[in-house]
Write a protein of this length. Sequence first.
Length: 283
Amino acid sequence: MNKRKLIAMDLDGTLFYPKKRFQFISRQNIRFLRWAAAQGHHLVFVTSRNRDFVQRVIEKINLPIDIVSRNGSEVYYRNEMIQKTYLDAKLSKAVFEDIIARHARTMLSIDADSVTNLLYSKGKIWYLNLIYRFYYWYQGVYREPYLIDNDVFLDKLSAHGDDLQRLLIYFGLSNKSKKLSHDESERLQKAFPELSILWIHNIIEVSPKSVSKANGLKLIMERENIDAKDVYVIGDSGNDIPLFESFEHSFCMAQAHPRIKQHAKHIVRRVYELQSYLEKDHS
């Protein structure tokens, strides 16, 4: 009998790659998920997305899948929440003030229990609203709700911000912005060792120190009694590095940045390519 594995998959840039706008996941990847479930393997989505969005994806697939959402701030096992971790508002405000002092035009966002994609910008709000409306429309099935409101954002960073889960810092879309984002993530991590500062392409993600996709996944492993040697992980960005470094069977998407790929053992073009590795492991 084949030994049961746990397969943990990132969504954006990984299971969703390439994006189709009107279809969450490619037919080949869906066939792989159904094959894996039929083999008795345990499936987990490990993602920066919020649980409500991920639940919509799971309902489309109609398979039992556990969730590590918001990069580990929330963990759901068999539809029950087993972990929720919050970000210190004072530390978040300190990071915000540090970034705005150095990069006044940078855009930031907050995810919290009460709001998703709460955006802040010192630029022209009407222009940002216009750009984001187009972006929201272009995202198709991948879109999530957003709110652009500087006052609400700043209130969340005050004493009222007791439900923060992560802070995101955006540096633009150019290659120069990507390098700036990487360099600033390293600087911020040294300046704020109490936090987890991760580089995700042109974005910096700020989370509680204990939060990661890998730590969230370990909670599910314990409940399923699955050893690390039987875990397969796949992703494409900086917040997937803790997964790559924690598990031997680590896979990175071929389109990822070279700095990310160097942390994974294997490189693949599509998620469904994992099937051949799993079949070899079972033989």
